[in-house]
Design a protein around this ligand. Structure first.
Ligand code: MGD
Ligand code: MGD
Ligand code: MO
Length: 830
């Protein structure tokens, strides 16, 4: 849309623009809004860690780590800014044209950021009426409320559960399967190793440290990624990483990191590194397997006793069936790992006890199933699966996996589904032939191509015709790929509702925006220590909800009241009733094993500690007796060849792992003649996805010229005339963004990094927020998903492939627009 058309649109209705600058109230004024007077230290928890807070004059003043957290993350310095920041949603708001025309609104205006403040009653009534329209006109296949995400910690206020229970009381809706994190991995591994593996507890760190001779960190940066956890973190893994660092120093354990970039973990451990061309790991793995095979280094007894299908795989390895032997020389050409290095790596891996620790990033790419499968084949050939300090793990970089679990029962949560016997108002299960569940990363495809039939994990999925979406506790305009494609898709939606704390880009592209409060503005409980399940934490309310924001429980209790179902929704219980009940149930389940005081005592103490856990080796039982303790695969064995997958007859996921070229690959691969640079959008060092980006002062500690950093190879940057601190335009045929240059030798030639979670802030050619609605608009802050590819990993998992992405970049020489991401909407009145 041209600026002129905008003005025309603006003249068509009469409203006033309230300066968007008015959103930027001074911090102290914000802080005082709705604060209460209690000045003692209180406990609470977050993905960033458990911590304590002291208030002064009813305002959050100081934050310090929880007593038991010996390795707090730097991000704790950003916690205060989660509450007090200019990006908060202050009031329920409705997009201008939606308020005027409802489901007949001009959806090309969606994203122009013009919103009108309304009351809670008005907003929730509009929400309900929209659901009525969609259920009446289209039925449940017209509504998708199934996306999930990283919400905040807390078992009671878990926001997606509230939204889904309440919306579920109105009617049925489309849901998702899988997640963005491990979509390819969690789909392939049940066929190979019998469970998702990615979310399973792993071999205890002390056993790894005592028994491993070599640790392979494959696409893995635990030192960065263990800073956050699914529950309230207490960072116990860092104690083990410190011990590992010492062992590396003493030469007792070799750690070899295989990664295209120099990671934070490499730097911390001072370990060995092998550079590999991005997206080529399967070729390296095949060459290692080939090396094992031709030198007779593989464990034939283990392969024979614990796996199936090696003999179908060997002809591919040797080239007997395709004419290409997967030799070290063959792999060197693809991976840039020298043949000698591969030979010596293969020898090292069978020389002693070798623990492979896989990161998740290499399965968020096209054919992401293959490296995970092939890594399992390598571990099988080495023959150490089930031994302490040997075998393979797919999770030691995540949420304290590998820290021995206490074994205590964890608390339950607020129910996501309807209670037994409850029925929705629109009790309709007719999805009109479409699937009621779709792969998590394929919803934008569905909006664009309703009715299309795709393959997914041995089944057919028929895309529903989605007309309305509801989001809470997730940020799809962060997590999904290819912004401009999303924009086109969103123009097809009649209504989008988002519940969030902040004016994220998802709110910007919504019609109804409802303000939730932060965890610090409500009471809750959660586990601390994530997978270690070390204890139970009281998450004590620090201040009253700011502005018009409400807790998720309160928002959806009010919504249920409008549906005439408040009692059904709340079961007649208050926030405190629920907390007490969740606590008492947990206490009951732990009776006699893990003593817990009564609720009041627990609340005063701030936590209850469950104690240490027992050491454990993954797959030890299977190793001990594969017949009594079979894996969950069809055969009960490790499946090097999967008959089941083979029968699907997919061209992009065959019966055994193979190397396949990507649609986009740097270093001479497809597409690199046009856009030569691989962009990795790894998980941020200073955020949890998009969360914490709103924490303004903390963000200012790492931004460059107010933009998200783009990490560049110094040689590549110099060739383009770029210096540290310059504003860079990164682009491809899918989109364009601005980011701030950081030159670093950690990034090799042809590789750049922009961390995911950078807030999307599109602006028009005139730099206006309104112009951000246009397809192709420039992102003023640096969201890498402006550039990524929206492509299923394969017909098997259909998972997110964000890392199959080529770009180019140049010094930005135009008029630099203001960052539009953080200052909220253009508030208008009618
Ligand atoms: N390019 C690229 N894209 C990626 C990835 C990548 O590596 N590269 N990684 C993918 C992965 S692994 C993941 S897990 C996803 C993450 O994607 P998401 O889980 O969607 O990301 P978050 O930023 O954590 O979004 C959580 C949202 O919930 C809101 N929220 C927090 N607490 C509350 C609450 O109490 N109530 C309500 N109502 N809302 C709340 C936050 O403000 C935030 O907007 O991103 C995926 N996308
Ligand atoms: N600080 C912080 N920690 C987090 C999160 C966060 O947002 N912030 N998010 C959490 C979540 S939801 C998830 S899913 C996990 C994500 O965990 P991962 O997906 O494992 O994490 P990443 O840091 O994205 O990537 C890990 C490493 O993989 C490397 N890599 C990328 N592509 C390739 C490749 O083709 N080959 C090889 N060999 N290496 C490659 C990267 O250079 C990087 O060093 O992290 C969790 N931990
Ligand atoms: Mo994730």
């Amino acid at each position: 849309m041209k600026r002129r058309d905008f003005l025309k649109g603006m003249l068509a209705t009469s409203f006033t623009v309230i300066s968007s600058a008015s959103i930027l109230t001074p911090l102290t004024a914000l802080a005082k809004a709705g604060a209460k007077n209690r000045d003692d230290w209180l406990t609470t928890g977050s993905h960033f860690g458990a911590f304590k807070v002291k208030r002064k004059n009813g305002v959050i003043d100081q934050v310090k780590p929880f007593d038991l957290d010996k390795y707090p993350t730097d991000m704790i310095n950003g916690v205060r800014g989660l509450v007090y920041n200019p990006s908060r949603v202050r009031y329920p708001m409705v997009r201008l044209d939606f308020l005027l025309k409802g489901h007949q609104s001009d959806t090309t205006q969606r994203g122009d950021f013009r919103f009108v403040r309304v009351t809670w009653d008005k907003a929730l009534t509009l929400f309900k009426e929209s659901l009525d329209q969609v259920q009446t006109k289209y039925g449940p296949s017209g509504l998708h409320a199934g996306q999930t995400g990283w919400r905040a910690t807390g078992q009671l206020h878990s926001s997606t559960s509230h939204m889904q229970r309440a919306v579920g009381m109105h009617g049925n809706f489309v849901k998702k399967i899988g997640d963005y994190s491990t979509g390819a991995g969690q789909t392939i591994l049940p066929y190979i190793l019998g469970s998702t593996e990615v979310y399973a507890q792993g071999t205890s760190w002390p056993l790894i440290l005592d028994n491993a001779n070599t640790i392979i960190l494959w696409a893995n940066d635990p030192f960065k990624n263990l800073q956050v956890g699914w529950n309230a973190e207490t960072h116990e893994s860092y104690e083990y990483l410190a011990q590992l660092k010492e062992k590396v120093k003493q030469g007792k354990i070799r750690v070899i990191s295989i990664d295209p970039v120099a990671s934070k973990t490499q730097d911390y451990l001072a370990c060995e590194k092998i550079y590999i061309n991005p997206q080529t790991d399967v070729a390296l793995m095949l060459a290692i397997a080939h090396e094992f095979y031709i030198n007779d280094l593989h464990d034939k007894a283990f392969i024979e006793g614990y796996s199936l299908g090696f003999e179908q795989f060997v002809p591919y390895l040797t080239g007997a069936n395709d004419g290409i032997a997967k030799t070290v020389e063959w792999a060197e050409k693809i991976t840039a790992v020298p043949a000698d290095v591969i030979r010596s790596l293969a020898k090292t891996m069978v020389a002693g006890r070798t623990q492979m620790l896989m990161g998740w990033c290499i399965q968020r790419q096209q054919h992401g199933e293959q490296p995970y499968w092939m890594a399992a084949v390598l571990a099988t050939m080495i023959g150490q699966i089930g031994l302490p300090g040997g075998g393979i793990s797919y999770g030691h970089h995540y949420s304290s996996i590998g820290v021995p679990s206490s074994g205590a029962a964890a608390p339950g949560a607020f129910p996501r589904n309807l209670d037994e016997g409850q029925k929705p108002i629109f009790d309709n299960h007719d999805f009109k032939g479409a699937s009621s569940t779709i792969p998590v990363a394929r919803w934008v495809d569905a909006i664009l191509e309703p009715g299309k039939v795709i393959d997914a994990n041995g089944d057919k999925v028929t895309y529903p015709d989605i007309k309305m979406m509801v989001f809470s506790g997730n940020n799809p305009w962060n997590h999904h790929q290819d912004r401009n494609r999303m924009k086109t898709a969103f123009q097809k939606l009649e209504c989008v509702v988002t519940v969030d704390i902040n004016w994220t880009a998802t709110c910007r592209f919504s019609d109804i925006v409802l303000p939730a409060c932060t965890t610090l503005e409500r009471n809750d409980i959660d586990v601390y220590g994530s997978y270690a399940n070390r204890g139970l934490l009281a998450m004590q309310k620090m201040v009253e909800p700011l502005f018009d924001s409400l807790s998720d429980y309160e928002i959806f209790s009010r919504f249920a009241r409008i549906l005439g179902k408040e009692k059904q929704y709340t079961r007649g219980m208050t926030e405190l009733d629920w907390l007490k009940q969740l606590y008492d149930e947990c206490k009951g389940a732990n009776e006699g094993k893990f003593p817990m005081p009564d609720f009041e005592q627990f609340w005063r103490d701030g936590y209850v500690h469950f104690g240490e856990g027992e050491l454990w080796t993954r797959h030890a039982d299977f190793r001990e007796d594969p017949e009594i303790n079979p894996l969950g695969t069809p055969s009960g064995m490790i499946e090097i060849f999967s008959r089941k997958i083979d029968r699907y007859q997919y061209d992009d996921c065959k019966g055994h792992p193979i190397w396949m070229e990507k649609t986009e690959r740097s270093h001479g691969g497809p597409g690199s003649d046009k856009h030569p640079v691989w962009m990795q959008s790894c998980h941020p060092d200073k955020r949890l996805h998009s969360q914490m980006c709103e924490s303004e002062q903390y963000r200012n500690t790492y931004t460059v010229n107010g933009r998200e950093p783009v990490y560049l190879n110094p040689g590549d940057a110099k060739q383009r005339g770029i210096n540290n601190g310059d504003i860079v335009r990164v682009f491809n045929d899918r989109g364009q963004l601005l980011a701030g240059a950081v030159l670093s030798e950690n990034y090799p030639k042809g590789v750049i990094r922009i961390h995911e979670g950078a807030w999307y802030g599109p602006v028009g050619e005139d730099g206006s927020k309104e112009g951000g609605a246009k397809v192709g608009a420039l992102c003023s802050y640096g969201d890498p998903n402006t550039l990524t590819q929206d492509l299923g990993s394969s017909k098997l998992a259909q998972a997110c492939s964000a890392y199959t992405c080529l770009v180019d970049y140049e010094k930005f020489r135009g008029k630099v627009p203001e960052v539009s991401s953080f200052s909220g909407p253009v508030e208008v009145t009618i």
